[in-house]
Design a protein. Structure first.
Length: 309
């Protein structure tokens, strides 16, 4: 009986565009869980590249491991295969969140700190909201845009002052900006696709679709020999592969599928604060009163934005 229940839970779900008024918090709850998982991505990537792992290998290799996990899930539960234009949507997801964001951020984090990366990544919710509106035709109220805009500005402002800022756009900054656009496109397209294909199925098929390319790129990076990295670098790599690239997306796309997509996407406004908190614990960065005040403003704007319709 338990086995049948597990299979049923993992079958593709078709979720309406708007959640029922009786259960409005479901999408947000799943979105928060996903963001908690993603909030460790930048610090873990920094640990991996600082610990001796090649940045490009971190970006592609974690997708190879995640694709193996996704392939096992697809073989065990055998969901229906994507059809027609769903493959095009999966290609957008794969290019955005499987290849673009991991590779670009890994390359950038060779030369910038996690707190600095949080400055640029704080722009992700605003970019995702814009792309989501273009993709779905959703038209939130004006209050949503004011709250989202203020939240993005607050997140950018306090991380700007905390992490050194964007006064001069270095190559790493450009890589991070490109990563934000890639990730936002993958989030928006994946959120829409997961409504018909299923949340875990969306990221699983995207990982498998990108696997031939990520496998070849990873093999090229390993051609000169197995990397001599520190143990903590491998532990960080394991987190990036299993959680950031797979389990976190199960929760995130589930939240976006339950929706409303644009509002759930604004939960990302809390990610810079969480990332800086993890940076203190894992990387020893100092966070002062500015972060507490700025983070409170970000969370307040997030609460207003996600409640707006």
């Amino acid at each position: 009986m338990k086995a049948n229940s597990s299979v049923t839970a993992l079958r593709p779900e078709v979720v309406p565009t708007r959640v029922s008024s009786g259960r409005p918090a479901n999408g947000l709850a799943w979105g928060v869980l996903g963001i908690l998982a993603f909030s460790l991505t930048v610090p873990m990537t920094r640990i991996a590249v600082q610990g001796g792992l090649d940045a490009a290998l971190v970006g592609t290799g974690r997708a190879v491991v995640a694709a193996a996990l996704a392939g096992i899930a697809l073989l065990v539960f055998r969901p229906p295969r994507p059809r027609g234009r769903q493959w095009l949507s999966l290609a957008v997801v794969a290019l955005g969140v499987v290849l673009g964001f991991p590779v670009l951020t890994s390359l950038a984090l060779r030369s910038v700190e996690a707190s600095h990366a949080a400055v640029v990544i704080a722009l992700l919710p605003a970019v995702t909201a814009v792309l989501s509106c273009l993709r779905t035709g959703e038209r939130p109220r004006r209050r949503f845009w004011w709250a989202a805009g203020l939240g993005a500005a607050a997140a950018l402002g306090f991380t700007l002052l905390q992490g050194g800022g964007l006064g001069v756009l270095r190559p790493a900054d450009l890589l991070l900006l490109a990563a934000v656009v890639c990730c936002a496109a993958g989030y928006a397209e994946g959120g829409v696709l997961s409504r018909s294909l299923g949340s875990w199925q969306t990221i699983s098929w995207a990982l498998v679709l990108a696997a031939p390319l990520t496998l070849v790129l990873s093999a090229q990076r390993l051609a000169s020999g197995w990397p001599q990295a520190e143990p903590q670098a491998w532990l960080a790599f394991g987190y990036l592969a299993a959680v950031s690239m797979f389990l976190g997306f199960l929760a995130w796309y589930r939240g976006l599928a339950l929706g409303p997509l644009v509002q759930v996407s604004q939960v990302q406004l809390a990610q810079p604060l969480l990332t800086l908190a993890w940076s203190v614990l894992l990387l020893g960065e100092h966070v002062g009163v500015l972060t507490v005040v700025g983070g409170s403003v970000v969370l307040l704007c997030t609460a207003i934005a996600v409640r707006s319709r």
